[in-house]
Design a protein around this ligand. Structure first.
Ligand SMILES: [Zn+2]
Length: 237
């Protein structure tokens, strides 16, 4: 293979790899943004769930407060009846009722205190979750900024590389060769071409036949008999 031809293929191969890298970086940006957006949304849902849990706790504290008021009113009513008791038996029954009601009030008070403690805890947890959410939002904003800053340069690079590939691919001539190249490029991208190193295809490690080696030396268009890639010799320095 003449030096010019092997350098031409090598150059085309390098350009394909550079294009692949640039296109990867270009598509990677939106993926990073989508992932960061997903995290922000999940954190938002987490906060909403926490707020709902706090609301439920407060509701149950409110309900117990109402029950406590009812219980206290009942105690007051029973205390009034106590003074009007006509017999000792009646007095004892009312007294018993008051004691039962007092026990139930005390229990409600305990429950209310416990729930209020839970509310404090849940609110502290909420503020942690909100902090995490705003951190994720900041992260998303900086990723967006970074991606937007890199995009024009990458687009320009992709354009430039596509232009250079158009020039470089002129090394491939002949209808069959050109259509094989087009098909391979579409299917394999940057590994449409494979170097021959010490007589072996660098992509699939199959030994190149002596006939193919001769053809390569004559700068012919040769496909690897095993993996089907376009073969080229690395030019000697
Ligand atoms: Zn091969």
């Amino acid at each position: 293979m003449s030096t010019a031809t092997s350098e031409g293929y090598q150059h085309l191969h390098t350009l394909l790899q550079q294009l692949h890298d640039a296109e990867y970086l270009l598509s990677h940006g939106p993926k990073r943004i989508a992932l960061a957006e997903k995290k922000v949304a999940a954190a938002g849902q987490d906060c909403e769930a926490q707020k709902a849990a706090i609301k439920d706790l407060k509701k149950s504290a409110d309900q117990r407060n109402l029950d406590l008021k009812t219980s206290e009113a009942e105690i007051e009513k029973l205390n009034g009846q106590l003074n009007l008791a006509k017999t000792n038996k009646e007095y004892d029954i009312i007294r018993g009722g008051i004691e039962t009601q007092q026990a139930s009030s005390a229990e409600l008070e305990d429950q209310i205190l416990e729930i209020l403690g839970d509310v404090d805890e849940a609110e502290a947890e909420l503020s942690q979750k909100e902090g995490a959410q705003s951190e994720l939002e900041e992260n998303l904003a900086s990723i967006k900024q970074e991606v937007a800053a890199k995009e024009p340069g990458l687009l320009e690079e992709v354009d430039r590389l596509n232009g250079e590939i158009k020039e470089a691919e002129k090394i491939i001539r002949g209808g069959d060769a050109v259509s094989a190249w087009k098909r391979l490029r579409l299917a394999q991208g940057p590994s449409a071409l494979a170097r021959v190193e010490d007589g072996y295809c660098s992509e699939c490690n199959t030994q190149v036949t002596p006939q193919d080696s001769v053809r390569l030396n004559l700068a012919e268009f040769v496909l690897c008999r095993s993996c089907g890639r376009i073969l080229y010799h690395v030019s000697e320095e």
